[in-house]
Write a new protein. Structure first.
Length: 391
């Protein structure tokens, strides 16, 4: 089974320069491919594949433009992967699976350096360090997290908020627990906004971490720092109009960008850690199966009143992590269709209330008069669902 491990690294100053240079070149190549392909399509009504663009770039463009020779100073595999990522984005757009590809911005830091394993000396893992192609040995900040005896297939290096991370894809043997040892009954989990997760066999739901004082303080601080960053950009525009130097302003802008990125990362870490703890506690009860609903997150995000709250819950990440944990622990993960009336069905008599509104937080059955919390009723119906698919 293939497993991905991501951990923080502690590169030297020379290695940081090398990583930043490679990230910059990969970002430029990705944007260059999108822009060049757009021009070709407008003129010739054809699509330039990644392989064709790579040949044109190496055989025609760079030899005839000496000022772009710095593209050759970084790993060719990383540059090639950036081109293939651009091709993948275009193909998804043509298949109407996503919107038109966007250009990558420097401050977003969403560019990763991809390195495949071509030789035995590539991606050598030790307890306290890792050998990355073209970069060399880099010290790990978390010792022993990545298995030493695993077979590495590929890896990436990324940067975010002034920190550097390495992610490797390894092939290892994972012992799957026998499902027969799970003697407890199955459970249903209803995900929501008021409460994060309502489990059918638990009295108290898992609270929404975004409503805690700690997260609210960080979000308030993030808002202030973003306001400061916006004002610095406005100050830079005024300096440029008045033909001022503005060097100090640019340096302060970069410092402020890092502050904003660190707050974003801290909030993401808090939410991700909370999801991991919820999944761990649920899986430790060892149910026979877990049933969740196939949520239409993209459709829910179209509601501008709830979009921000839904995005903060990380429903997609929760499902992915839960699927892996269920697989390792021998638990069957059942997915119920998004049109299954889990909230409108009475968990006691089965009566369906078609007039139930989203504002009705308490379910009152019109057939038997059963009164229960709306989300709790949904979780029980998910646990008892007969129509589902196995994840």
């Amino acid at each position: 089974m293939f497993m991905a491990y991501k951990t923080e690294i502690n590169p030297t100053f020379e290695q940081i320069q090398r990583i930043n240079q490679t990230i910059g070149v990969c970002r430029f190549i990705y944007n260059f491919y999108l822009a060049h392909n757009k021009q070709v399509y407008e003129k010739e009504k054809c699509f330039l594949s990644g392989m064709e663009f790579s040949k044109w770039l190496n055989n025609e463009f760079i030899p005839n433009n000496a000022e772009y020779s710095w593209i050759k100073d970084v790993s060719s595999k990383a540059v090639k992967q950036s081109i293939m990522n651009g091709e993948k984005a275009y193909r998804r757009f043509f298949k109407e699976q996503s919107k038109f590809p966007k250009f990558k911005k420097k401050n977003n830091q969403n560019v990763k350096i991809y390195f495949p394993k071509n030789n035995k000396t590539d991606w050598v893992i030790e307890r306290h360090r890792i050998k990355i192609p073209t970069i060399g040995w880099v010290r790990l900040k978390e010792f022993g997290y990545i298995p030493i005896n695993s077979k590495v297939t590929s890896g990436t290096v990324s940067q975010r908020a002034g920190r550097y991370y390495v992610s490797v894809l390894v092939e290892e043997d994972i012992q799957i627990q026998n499902n027969n040892t799970n003697t407890n009954q199955g459970i249903g989990i209803d995900l929501g906004i008021a409460d994060f997760a309502i489990v059918s066999n638990l009295e108290e739901p898992y609270k929404n971490i975004n409503k805690t004082i700690k997260v609210k303080k960080l979000e308030k601080k993030l808002k202030r720092e973003q306001t400061k960053l916006s004002r610095k950009y406005e100050s830079l525009k005024l300096r440029s109009k008045n033909k001022g130097k503005g060097d100090v302003t640019r340096q302060n802008i970069q410092k402020q960008v890092v502050r904003v990125q660190k707050l974003h990362q801290r909030l993401a870490n808090i939410r991700g850690d909370y999801n991991n703890k919820v999944i761990s506690e649920v899986v430790k009860t060892k149910p026979q199966y877990i049933t969740i609903e196939d949520l239409n997150v993209s459709g829910m995000m179209k509601n501008r009143h709830l979009a921000r709250a839904i995005a903060q819950q990380n429903f997609s990440s929760f499902r992915t992590k839960l699927q892996y944990k269920c697989y390792v622990n021998g638990i069957e993960l059942r997915i119920v269709g998004r049109f299954y009336p889990s909230s409108k069905t009475c968990s006691k008599c089965g009566t369906i209330d078609k007039d139930l509104k989203l504002s009705d937080r308490t379910y009152i059955c019109t057939g038997c008069g059963y009164v229960i919390d709306r989300d709790k009723n949904a979780s029980i119906n998910l646990a008892n669902a007969k129509t589902y698919k196995i994840a």
